[in-house]
Design a protein. Structure first.
Length: 441
């Protein structure tokens, strides 16, 4: 099935009923789909104009079939132009049964706070006398809608988060750990104190969640389905998504859009301001001034986890290379990595449904592999050896940290201490995220 046909009929673009010749913008779409007529109005919507330009630049040939290159171009153009339609027959993937991924709870779960029995006991008490034990959520969660708006057709069950206790832990890896610093930043071992407990999604944000709250699905691998992790998201879009969850829950926003908001068709149109094109406008996210720097820990809303929070959550009280043991092979196959994550040797070069591999002691899935995860911090090559409380690295450049490895990476990159970085504007079919929030006193 040709990917654009369904989209065009729904949008009312070229290929709709009517005999008037296509406008120039619509004709670019018609050239790709074989359509020769436009709607009776013969006027393209702004989305169609944006999409036509995007597709024309990418070339019609690139979206002619359901291959990886085709899905990538199609997903990027939909994301940039705010097109929300997904060809369900071609892209939705196999259904998820109630006794499959959903066996232990809902599969769409990475943003709305919910009480959890999974807590990580602190390794030792932090300086604050009232933060030695995990705090309960500061408020009960309001109910979520039972289903998405009718035009999206995506059922979104309640989310599930887990609570990670405040405390002290060792961040980084010992010099004796195999694969150490093989492909990313330094992993200097140092002591970290997190003053506040926090909650974090027990799975990576899925395509279904992202579609529901953002109105589009940018994923390269859209055919994997709504229960697969969303990818092809920039750091800015991940931050914007966490803001959407804060808004839905009536919590303060941790980020603000400092972009120009000018109309755009592609990310390149926003390059001068170091932003990205989201639903046809230039967006650039940054922490709200009140929560800049280390004050991000004081934001009550949803945000990306800091690098320290991510590693503490991943380790779940362990100190090995993986949360289920040590690493035996830096490349190729690794038995321990195979139990907990999707990586190059076992993924068949695609991401997989969220939550299929062994969870850690906190109940967190896919902290190793599937898609690597954006975190809040800017990148610095070495975090240093000194003890530190509530650390966060301000972005000196546009580089942001990713953690966890991915379906395309080697076992060594799945280690809890492994650190990679990408430009905040970069998109990749192996990059996703999950949201977190501080549990404040």
């Amino acid at each position: 099935m040709r990917l654009l046909v369904t989209m065009l009929f729904v949008l009312g673009g070229c290929g709709g009923g009517g005999a008037k010749p296509c406008t120039e913008a619509c004709r670019k779409l018609a050239d790709c789909t074989g359509a020769t007529t436009c709607p009776l109005s013969a006027v393209c919507t702004e989305q169609e104009k944006c999409l036509a330009l995007c597709i024309d630049r990418a070339s019609c040939a690139a979206i002619s079939g359901l291959d990886v290159a085709a899905a990538k171009t199609y997903g990027q153009c939909r994301a940039q132009c705010g097109v929300t339609v997904v060809d369900a027959g071609a892209l939705d993937g196999p259904p998820v049964t109630d006794n499959g991924v959903h066996a232990e709870g809902p599969s769409l779960d990475a943003g709305v706070p919910r009480d959890s029995a999974s807590t990580l006991p602190p390794d030792s008490a932090p300086p604050s006398p009232d933060s030695a034990s995990p705090r309960p959520p500061d408020s009960a969660s309001p109910p979520l809608p039972d289903s998405a708006p009718p035009d999206q057709g995506i059922v979104v069950p309640p989310f599930a988060n887990v609570t990670v206790a405040a405390g002290i832990f060792s961040m980084g890896s010992p010099v004796s750990e195999p694969c150490r610093e093989a492909s990313g930043g330094k992993e200097t071992l140092h002591q970290v104190t997190l003053v506040n407990a926090f909650q974090i999604g027990n799975r990576e944000v899925t395509q279904g969640q992202f579609q529901y709250y953002m109105g589009y699905n940018p994923s390269n691998y859209a055919f994997c389905g709504k229960d697969c992790p969303v990818e092809m998201v920039t750091w800015h879009e991940a931050a914007l998504y966490c803001n959407q969850i804060s808004t839905q829950q009536g919590k303060p926003l941790c980020y603000e859009d400092v972009g120009s908001g000018v109309l755009c068709a592609m990310d390149a149109d926003c390059q001068a301001e170091k932003g990205v094109c989201v639903q046809a406008k230039c967006v650039r996210m940054a922490p709200v001034a009140t929560y800049a720097g280390a004050a991000i820990y004081a934001c009550p809303g949803f945000r990306l986890p800091t690098e320290a929070e991510w590693e503490r959550a991943c380790r779940a009280g362990t100190q090995g290379a993986f949360y289920n043991g040590g690493v035996s092979s830096c490349t190729g196959t690794d038995p321990a990595a195979d139990q907990i994550g999707w990586f190059a040797a076992n993924s068949s070069s695609v991401p997989h449904l969220a939550g299929q591999k062994q969870k850690n002691a906190l109940g967190l899935y896919d902290m190793a592999g599937n898609v690597m995860e954006w975190v809040h911090d800017g990148y610095t090559a070495d975090l240093g050896a000194g003890a530190i409380t509530d650390p966060v690295t301000a972005p000196v450049t546009d580089q942001r940290v990713t953690r966890g490895g991915a379906w395309s990476r080697q076992p060594g990159d799945l280690r809890a201490a492994a650190r990679l970085s990408y430009n905040a504007r970069d998109r990749g079919g192996n990059r996703g995220f999950r949201c977190a929030r501080s549990l404040l006193p």
